[in-house]
Ligand binder design. Structure first.
Ligand SMILES: [Zn+2]
Ligand SMILES: [Zn+2]
Length: 162
């Protein structure tokens, strides 16, 4: 489906095609929570990088997360590019140079009505803040770290690829 998105102030407007648009994957890591998941998590969708069209590109800034390993040793910088609007701070999408075909828009930036997922995957629960209540329903899958199942594989398992 075609996904249309924007930041809150409207300086950045974008669109892309997505075969994997269900917003089922809730990430509780500190990067997602602090950068744009105020309720405790953020949601990434799967999209086609080549289809991305952007208006207002010069207002986009990129954050490479600093990741500090357990035990406080030296932080390293993530290769993943978290694109956001430099004017209003809205998170837009994540792009990893390791997977150049893929782009992961944040569900929060999408204006197109998204389909409601029949089940959710909750991940990085070992990074969850103490005050965050996980709203897991029967059938949901919970992981301390990352699930093995990719966004594409989740859609295929449930017969929801389009
Ligand atoms: Zn903006
Ligand atoms: Zn995360």
């Amino acid at each position: 489906m075609l996904l249309e998105g924007s930041c809150h102030c409207g300086a950045v407007v974008f669109s892309l095609t997505s075969a994997h648009p269900y917003p089922y994957q809730r990430c509780y890591c500190s990067i997602c929570r602090k950068t744009q998941g105020g309720g405790g998590y953020s949601i990434n969708l799967g999209g086609d990088a080549h289809s991305l069209k952007v208006r207002g590109r010069k207002q986009i800034a990129v954050y490479h997360a600093k990741i500090r390993p357990e035990g406080g040793r030296r932080a390293h910088t993530s290769s993943a590019e978290r694109h956001f609007c430099r004017l209003c701070g809205s998170g837009l999408w994540l792009f990893s140079p390791e997977w150049p075909e893929l782009i992961h828009p944040f569900a929060s930036a999408i204006d197109t009505p998204l389909p409601v997922p029949p089940e959710h995957t909750h991940l990085l629960l070992d990074s969850k803040a103490s005050w965050v209540e996980v709203e897991a329903r029967p059938g949901d899958k919970l992981f301390d770290g990352y699930p093995e199942e990719s966004i594409a594989q989740w859609h295929e398992r449930l017969g929801l690829s389009r």
